[in-house]
Design a protein around this ligand. Sequence first.
Ligand code: SF4
Length: 350
Amino acid sequence: MASLLEVSDLTVNYNSRGSQLKALNSVTLSVKSEEFLAVVGESGCGKTTLGLSIIGLLPPGSAWFSSGSIAYKGVDLASLRPKEMRNYRGSEIAMIFQEPLTSLNPLRTVGFQLVEAIKLRKSRRHKADVEAGARSRPLPGRPSMPSFGRARIPDDVAEEVEAMLSLVRIADAKDVVSRYPFELSGGMRQRAMIAMALAQQPALLIADEPTTALDVTTQAQVLKLMKEIKDKLGTTIILVTHDLAVASQVADRVIVMYAGRIVEDAGVFELFSKPLHPYTQGLLSCIPKGDRKGSELSPIPGSLPDLRFDVNACRFQPRCKYAMKVCSERVPPLFEVDEGHKVACFLHGE
Ligand code: SF4
């Protein structure tokens, strides 16, 4: 699979109550086309900042790139002006959030919002085709849309509305299109938001804690849906989550972040069968295991470091039971210990 996204040496600074902090610190990763990547870590580790950086939604004025690049299909998104970034947001890269009500318009029905999203995509594509001198054509690999039949909107748009709702497993499309977001259950709203994001046919979908607010059953359904979307549409997905158990259910590859840096990067099977970083091992020991009923969970001692102070040392050192002298003298680089399995820990390199 070809690489769709290459993040190189990305550092993002925030202004926080008069101080500067590094929310991302020299982050380098690549995402292949049609890959399902999970980015995992505690609150404040930089995983959401990574997603917002890619889609160009960092809060203006209080966050900025201080180094690095984000190459998407060969274009450095980090160097684009806000107006140029609008050509990528939605149509190429979409993002969904934990609480759909923050993204959906509460004053418009689900159907209206879907129609607008589809029309926007069509007009953007038409404009691009006119500029390229090409005839309008469907994207390769996208599913054909069944008939829906609505009088007030163009047939092809109505067909897509039904297809989108059916894709996200909303069975009663005719009822749901006329409802407002607040009239839907949490799971249904999340599905509607996924449909909205997919209506623009993005190549990359970033999902930030999309299941955190849902009950366990609905969470499993939404995760299954995301996996189906990846398989059916070929959408590349980056799932941002604090929950390794969630990542294990859907991801092809998992990146573990700690204090703004990547500490481990591995295929999902390798990460769970052979976790190498002491932080990853700690996260795994916090997951309840069905076969060990009554056994105690082992929380990681200590707390996240203060990111206002950059140190030339392993950030995990104050919490690490394996810490050595070198750990307080240098930042461990990512060592590739097996093919595709990297870890930033001196236990595994130098
Ligand atoms: Fe622990 Fe040292 Fe590895 Fe950091 S580099 S995780 S302190 S052993």
